[in-house]
Design a protein around this ligand. Structure first.
Ligand code: GLC
Length: 650
């Protein structure tokens, strides 16, 4: 007989006990919006059970669990009351169309406000530029108050409710969000919830010896436990810091710092941390943020004897945040940033967890195939690893603010005859330009002398050969680089999920080596692709003779084409057999529309023969939507070097 699950009943009981108290506390305000309050309560009733179960799993063993429930319910109601009316309207709109983000119309961009427009106030002026590009999902890189000097590009947050004064104010962000929303652009921000900076008020109180706030972090009086933990941990920034613990002189204790020594890991075994971060999260939601990028999800729970990554409780915590969001701000979506083994990446993707996830495997393997000119690992991995749960999707990117790590599965590589260790070495050599014939100008990131591991920094264009070609002033090499860029773009835009453009890549931004002269960031080569350089012609798009103009327009055209093709909305992506080791092909389909997309990773022309085409459903004459060429019935398809064709086989 199945064991009786007492939790649903207790969840209900707890709500019956706590809700009347909360209603009393907020009686005045609740009376003003009876209709809205009713809707809130419906959501509360439908989500409370799972929230209770998650919180019970995490904190049920603590004697004051009931207090945690009281606190969280208070927070939910208070934050909901603070939620602006226009955002409540947006909630309703999104609830009526909850899968809006799966649409082929959705196209994303990501930028650093200070690098792009100096500050938030000036960003407003660039909304027409975003519109021209066709973006409707805009991720602003971390813009919160941070320590001066090195702050890990904004990922060491000192106050989630204050904007870095160099960038602007919370009021400006709120205004900008509304302006973006008016133009149909959803704002995406980071939720840096694994750690705070050591200047956050919580860390300051901890430093001053306040035990309540010391309990917000993992602190240790001696090396005994840190040493035991350390045996299994990997160094994330080995050139900057060895080990995951930092000595804090004020506290005279060791603090857990997975990333930099000034980024203190939050202790989620403490329910107060969960409640406090839920408040910060809802505060951000109430500024109009529609998607939160959950930073460093893999690291939020620690367990002795493990590498302290991807622990089951990490999922439970995110699900609990998800339930909190569903109750107060149902339009809010989560995007997971799990740059870990692909088996683990997929586990964060679920309607009850993160509806969106970066797709680091696709990103890495596109670069892999570009270097090898062969698609077997890409094809094999995508065939087996692409599907996401219904109602969820990938965010596909070619470059972002971080480095490239070769996160493919070793066994996948062996299955296609590749030695994973040797292959990673080859890729690192190739992308740092240290391999004969390499076109790439990447920069090594975080070389680990103990393991030999290294990752790659560099912009899309520099890694794809444009920098090298321009240095050599070689027209043909430039064209080749342009073709490589267009090939990867074509896949990012068509393969299934939201394409995310790293702003600057729309005009072909090259590496910027000025970081080497800035002592605060000289050791972090990721700044080579976080450039202050701007395309002067950005607002003057008429100078058609430039490469920048060409890149920009080709990007816009590709986005526009995507938006016209319902087959490109989320849905099945079926990897096909091309019969040619240099080609990578897949079918995208929705209702009646079916598109066969074939990509050539080699510089040389490549053929997909009629038999393979036929097996993919190519019957009669078909049109290549990229250039309107017709492929006649029964003919082989010949692709030029690095060409991508989108055949309408509906
Ligand atoms: C994420 C960010 C990265 C940062 C790290 C620590 O991985 O993308 O830039 O260094 O988290 O916050």
């Amino acid at each position: 007989m199945a064991e009786y699950d007492w939790r649903p009943e207790q969840a209900e009981k707890s709500l019956i006990r706590i809700l009347p108290e909360v209603e009393k506390t907020f009686a005045d305000k609740l009376g003003q919006e009876p209709h809205e309050w009713h809707k809130f309560k419906n959501r509360l009733h439908s989500e409370w059970e799972r929230l209770f179960i998650y919180l019970h799993q995490l904190y049920g063993w603590q004697y004051d669990f009931f207090h945690t429930l009281q606190r969280i319910l208070n927070t939910l109601v208070q934050c909901w009351l603070e939620r602006p009316a226009e955002l409540k309207l947006l909630d309703e709109k999104r609830e009526a169309d909850p899968y809006w983000f799966l649409s082929e119309k959705v196209v994303g961009g990501v930028l650093y406000v200070d690098l792009f427009s100096d500050n938030l106030a000036k960003l407003d002026d660039h909304i027409p530029y975003f519109k021209k590009l066709g973006l409707n999902y805009l991720h602003l890189m971390p813009l919160f108050a941070v320590p001066k000097g090195d702050n890990d590009g904004g990922y060491a947050v000192s106050d989630y409710r204050a904007i870095n004064p160099d960038i602007g104010t919370m009021e400006e962000l709120f205004k900008l969000t509304a302006a973006l929303r008016d133009q149909g652009i959803s704002l995406v921000l980071d939720f840096v919830f694994n750690h705070t900076s050591d200047e956050h008020i919580w860390a300051q109180k901890a430093k001053s010896g306040d035990p309540d706030f010391m309990a917000y972090y993992y602190t240790f009086a001696s090396r005994e436990l840190p040493d035991q933990f350390q045996k299994y941990l990997r160094d994330i920034f080995p050139t900057i810091k060895k080990g995951s613990f930092t000595w804090c002189q004020e506290m005279k204790r060791w603090v857990w710092t997975t990333f930099n020594s000034f980024q203190w890991d939050l202790n989620y075994t403490n329910p107060n941390v969960f409640c406090a971060m839920a408040e910060e999260m809802l505060f951000l939601a109430n500024q109009g943020v529609e998607v939160l990028r959950l930073d460093a999800v893999a690291f939020i729970w620690k367990r002795l004897g493990t590498n302290c990554e991807n622990q089951p409780e990490a999922h439970t915590i995110i699900r609990a945040f998800n339930a909190v969001a569903k109750i107060v701000a149902p339009c809010l979506l989560f995007k997971s940033e799990a740059i870990v083994h692909p088996d683990e990446v997929i586990r964060y993707i679920h309607p009850d967890e993160c509806q969106l996830s970066y797709n680091p495997l696709l990103m890495a393997l596109l670069w892999e195939a570009l270097a090898t000119r062969e698609t077997k690992l890409l094809e094999y991995s995508m065939r087996n690893r692409y599907p996401t749960p219904a109602g969820c999707t990938w965010v596909n990117f070619i470059r972002c603010h971080d480095d490239i790590g070769w996160t493919f599965d070793d066994q996948d590589a062996r299955n296609v005859g590749i030695d994973p260790v040797g292959h990673r070495k080859f890729l690192n050599k190739f992308y740092t330009g240290d391999y004969p014939g390499s076109f790439a100008k990447g920069v090594p990131f975080q070389f680990n002398a103990d393991t030999g591991d290294v990752r790659i920094s560099g912009t899309f264009s520099s890694l794809a050969g444009l920098e090298d070609a321009i240095l050599k002033q070689d027209g043909e090499l430039i064209e080749q680089a342009v073709r490589r860029i267009n090939l990867l773009r074509s896949i990012m835009v068509s393969i299934g999920g939201i394409p995310l453009l790293y702003i600057g890549d729309e005009w072909g931004m090259l590496n910027d080596y000025t970081y080497l002269t800035d002592p605060t960031i000289v050791n972090d080569s990721r700044w080579v692709h976080r450039s202050k350089k701007r395309w002067n012609a950005r607002e003057d798009l008429n100078d058609q003779d430039t490469l920048e103009w060409r890149f920009f327009h080709e990007m816009v055209e590709l986005f526009n084409l995507r938006k016209k093709l319902p087959a490109l909305q989320n849905g099945g992506m079926e990897v096909i057999h091309t019969g040619n080791p240099h080609l990578f092909g897949y079918i995208r389909a929705f209702n009646e529309q079916k598109i066969l997309i074939i990509n050539n990773f080699s510089e040389a022309p490549q053929k997909m023969d009629a038999v393979h085409l036929n097996a993919c459903g190519v019957k009669g004459d078909v049109i290549n939507l990229m250039n309107n060429d017709v492929l006649s019935s029964g003919k082989d398809l010949v692709l030029n070097g690095h060409q991508s064709v989108w055949l309408d086989i509906s």
